[in-house]
Design a protein around this ligand. Structure first.
Ligand code: PMP
Length: 281
């Protein structure tokens, strides 16, 4: 397959230097973009978030968002990707290993590649289990940086317990999950952590907020506690590619009826019809 290396589409090779700052410090930012029917979904939103992440860590993107978008579309075409993801990252560049920023002559290193992947519609229909674990991340979880070790440890705990996700709590407050956002439903209303420094403002999360608005479902962008999570009528998680997954059990506690809830199903249905519209375009 092909990859994007800076501004070149080329055969996939190992081109990363041992002193690339992404490799040594996790000093960089990234995006994962879903591709459906050969077209990236919500590409503008992803690129705007990349730009925001870059600003927040004072990394100067090597090209404009529009130029980067054109390159990603070229990559998708070169790989004839129909359904899957684009992974893109920008590191602060390659220079002798010192913690502080390198000089202005050091250019960021941009890489992107694609991966063919089918949608997991069965998990979306049937739901899955989660575990609860402490959120041990830093205080800027709103930036999509390459520093993912706490997320890796949390997801590993989930997998070891036959769960799809690890839901994170900071003290009493539920924040999000290791690689997705969390919504709960109680008495017909939805609750999700506000988009502040404690969570990544997911593109899928934003889409779900829009859908709920369209469906006249009330969403409270308010924090909720671990106790409220366990007592919720419904829980679901959202992320690019896995989209919306109903959560039936957290640790050994069954959520609501133990089946995907009615509101969750409505949101899933509406989300799917957006895919359909996208495919028809
Ligand atoms: N939270 C975290 C910590 C994530 O890593 C992700 C992305 N995998 C999300 C939420 C969901 O974001 P998006 O919907 O943009 O994929």
């Amino acid at each position: 397959t092909k990859m994007l290396f800076n501004d070149q589409i080329m055969d996939r090779e190992n081109l990363i230097d041992i002193e690339d700052r992404a490799y040594q410090f996790g000093d960089g930012i990234y995006e994962v973009i879903g591709v459906y029917d050969g077209t990236p979904l919500m590409l503008d939103e992803h690129m705007e978030r990349l730009e925001r992440s870059a600003d927040e860590v004072q990394l100067k993107l090597p090209a404009s968002i529009n130029e980067l978008k054109v390159k990603l579309l070229e990559l998708v075409a070169a790989n004839k990707l129909n359904e899957g993801i684009i992974y893109m990252q920008v590191s602060r560049g390659t220079s002798p290993r010192w913690h502080e920023f390198p000089g202005l002559d050091v250019m960021p290193v941009t890489v992107a590649y694609t991966r063919e992947e089918e949608r997991m519609s069965d998990v979306e229909d049937q739901g899955a289990n989660a575990v609860l674990t402490e959120d041990i991340r830093w205080l800027r979880c709103d930036i999509k940086t390459l520093n993912l070790l706490p997320n890796v440890l949390a997801k590993q705990k989930a997998v070891e317990n036959n769960a799809v996700e690890a839901i994170l709590h900071r003290g009493d407050t539920v924040t999000e999950a290791s690689a997705s956002n969390v919504f709960i439903v109680k008495d017909g209303e939805l609750y999700t952590h506000p988009a502040n420094n404690y969570i990544l403002n997911g593109i899928t999360r934003r889409k779900v907020l829009q859908i709920c608005d369209d469906l006249n479902l009330k969403v409270n962008e308010k924090t909720y506690t671990v106790t409220e999570l366990f007592k919720a009528d419904e829980v679901f998680i959202t992320a690019t590619k896995s989209d919306i997954i109903p959560i039936l059990k957290i640790d050994d506690k069954i959520i609501g009826s133990g089946k995907p809830g009615e509101i969750t199903k409505k949101v899933v249905q509406e989300f799917r019809s957006l895919y359909q519209q996208h495919a028809e375009k």
